[in-house]
Design a protein around this ligand. Structure first.
Ligand code: ADP
Length: 324
């Protein structure tokens, strides 16, 4: 193994830079050349490469986003696109690839590996935390803190005006952000994609807490919540059934992706970066590095993509109890 390429792909997440930094410096430490690929798979198809040195990654451990840029790449979904990418890597004599991204990026990496035999290693970078084989993905902890901070601010105004707020958070398929930030921010109810808790239940809960003297409330709703209703439809529904409640909506949107990575994400990304390079040095390709029980563990990429972790029922119960 002489030359490793590293890229960030799909949705960006805070801490990706810390992962790039760790990959580059581990390469330098072991005397391997590291090539940065700009804009994910697009840069591989276009041959947009930059040689990375220890000093190329100065002052990025504390920065959100990704210095290598990220992209979604249609060409890489085609055989011709992937062939072009392989030829570009071959020209540079790259023999292994580290992909920092989510499950879509891992699917691409696996296909690339199956077709051209190049060793690939995945590092899970996504705020959604929806990847099997790791209890935490890079960026998830930072996103939780961002969401909690935003809801704290919404709570001030909800309290002052006796209002009910529906707060939409990211998570089309996974309720990790909604559930954990919801508990952390003291939300009255939390609606997630994994389980339909029902509109009747929501209404009952809101009525019960009103009757017990609670004048304002926060309901956290994941984008893909299973009631199938948008936050605006939920607002209408409650307004129709509780006409004297002043209901508002706040969609947090892209602020959830940005910002300074938390210490947890920086440490996680650093550990994953080192382990990814060292696993390639041990000739272990086709895996994802994850954190399980505070230890760096490898999971076959195939499994990381297909495996499913279910919603934390205990946390749902905790949420029910502490919002009584
Ligand atoms: P994420 O990695 O955050 O889940 P995407 O799902 O957008 O993000 O995937 C990122 C990129 O990975 C896509 O734009 C595409 O280039 C590549 N990709 C995703 N799925 C496949 C696939 N089945 N085959 C080949 N490439 C894929």
């Amino acid at each position: 193994l002489k030359k490793i390429a590293v890229l960030t792909s799909g949705g960006d997440a805070p801490g990706m830079n810390a992962a790039i930094r760790a990959v580059v410096r581990t390469c330098v430490y072991h005397g391997i050349v590291c090539i940065g690929v700009r804009r994910g798979y697009k840069g591989m198809v276009d041959g947009d490469f930059v040689e990375m040195h220890a000093r190329s990654v100065n002052n990025i451990i504390n920065k959100g986003g990704t210095m290598l840029h990220s992209a979604r790449c249609k060409e890489f979904m085609t055989k011709e696109g992937r062939k072009q990418a392989f030829e570009n890597l071959s020209k540079e004599s790259v023999n292994a690839l580290i992909v920092i991204g989510g499950d879509g990026s891992f699917k691409g990496a696996l296909r690339f590996n199956a077709e051209f035999g190049i060793s690939v290693m995945g590092i899970p970078g996504t705020i959604d935390n929806d990847i099997y084989g790791t209890t935490h993905t890079i960026g998830y902890d930072t996103a939780l803190n961002t969401v909690v901070e935003a809801i704290d601010k919404i709570r001030d105004t909800a309290f002052s005006h006796d209002r009910l707020f529906f707060v939409e958070v990211m998570g089309r398929d996974a309720g990790y952000i909604a559930l954990n930030a919801g508990v952390g921010a003291g939300a009255e109810e939390i609606l997630v994609p994994e389980e339909n808790l029902g509109l009747d239940r929501l209404l009952e809960s809101l009525k019960r807490s009103r009757n017990s003297g609670k004048m304002s409330s926060i309901v956290v709703v994941a984008e893909g919540d299973k009631t199938g209703k948008s936050v605006f439809e939920l607002k209408e529904y409650v307004e129709q059934n509780m006409p004297d409640y002043d209901v508002r909506v706040s969609v947090l949107g892209h602020i959830q992706r940005g910002g300074t990575p938390s210490c947890f994400d920086r440490v996680l990304a650093s550990r994953m970066g080192v382990r990814a390079v060292e696993s390639l040095l041990e000739s272990r390709g086709g895996y994802m590095v994850g954190i399980l029980d505070d230890s760096m563990e490898l999971t076959p990429l195939e499994k990381a993509i297909k495996g499913h972790s279910s919603i934390n029922e205990d946390l749902l119960r905790v949420s029910d109890i502490i919002t009584v």
